[in-house]
Ligand binder design. Structure first.
Ligand code: PSU
Ligand code: MN
Length: 293
């Protein structure tokens, strides 16, 4: 019998490439504590010296947050870091791939990757992972730097349901809404678990994406953030920044241009997502216990 423990997987690209030092290590600790305080077990996932770690100790988190030459690891980079005995932070897709092996069903992140605005054909491997790995992924929408309509269309094409947690609208990472619709609004962790079970029982193999808006106190209005995103995107285009460098470049530029306000929103939504993911992991565990009893 396959009963999952209430475990919440956490990605590590946000530590290695998404946030500056020292906020990155502080966040790693805060987010793990948030999961534990809710009665679930955090498992931050990443590569150290060519080995995949599911759950990292204090000193291992410190290495990922502070060492130089750390890779950003999506699924296609697994063989690279394994053969090079390298260390790296796993992206949403890389973390989901690890969860598939470890049978972890719940994962919290900040924002998923998606279809980029400025770079044609730059579509994050996160979308491919969401299409093929059956688990519950909690995010605050797609990263604000993306093409939202294209990202949501792709998720629809790949049969990934998008649940708005307490909202009909897809949240836009720094802002609470993008003006675009989710596929269903649900209001409790129990409803989310029931929905995911129905999705998989119907024979689907895709993930269920939970979109949890950034807390109101830290949200930035789209009228404030949009011109800044446009500016940063244009700079990236002018500097010919592409591929895996694009996301870190944009996040850093937006943080500079907002004098750190976007980073505060980023930290706040990460903790908020870990909180909800822990509740979902516990609800999933309770549902599985009931089924076995
Ligand atoms: N959202 C953030 N910070 C991040 C990321 C997302 O606020 O660092 C990371 C995630 O790990 C995500 C990755 O999987 O960026 C997507 O990168 P790309 O667009 O290159 O696939
Ligand atoms: Mn990309």
């Amino acid at each position: 019998m396959n009963i999952s423990l209430p475990i919440v997987a956490l990605e590590s690209t946000v530590l290695t490439h998404g946030l500056p030092r020292p906020q990155n290590l502080q966040l790693a600790h805060d987010i793990e504590r948030m999961v534990r305080d809710q009665g679930a077990t955090p498992a931050t996932i990443g590569f150290l010296d060519g080995y995949l770690h599911i759950g990292l100790s204090e000193s291992e988190l410190d290495r990922l947050a502070n060492e130089k030459g750390i890779y950003k690891v999506g699924p296609r980079d697994f063989a690279t870091v394994i053969t090079q005995r390298a260390s790296g932070g796993t992206t949403v897709a890389g973390t989901m791939f690890a969860c598939k092996h470890a049978n972890i069903k719940v994962f919290a992140t900040g924002g998923i990757g998606g279809v980029h605005r400025e770079s044609p054909f730059d579509i994050s491997a996160d979308l491919q992972a969401l299409a093929t790995i059956p688990m519950i992924v909690v995010c605050a929408g797609a990263k604000a730097i993306l093409d939202f309509p294209a990202t949501l269309e792709y998720l629809e094409t790949m049969s990934v349901p998008v649940i708005g947690f307490g909202t009909d609208k897809f949240p836009a990472f720094y802002s609470r809404e993008s003006g675009l619709d989710v596929s269903i609004k649900l209001n409790t962790p129990q409803e989310i678990v029931e929905f995911a079970k129905a999705h998989w029982n119907a024979g689907l193999q895709s993930a269920v994406l939970v979109a949890n808006p950034v807390p109101t106190t830290d949200a930035i209005s789209s009228s404030e953030i949009e011109p800044i995103i446009e500016k940063a995107s244009k700079e990236a285009k002018d500097k010919k920044i592409r591929g895996k460098e694009l996301t870190p470049f944009l996040l850093q530029r937006i943080s500079d241009l907002t004098k750190g306000k976007s980073m505060r929103a980023n930290l706040s939504l990460l903790l908020n997502n870990a909180h909800l993911a822990a509740q979902i992991a516990k609800a999933l565990r309770a549902a599985e216990k009931r089924r076995v009893a």
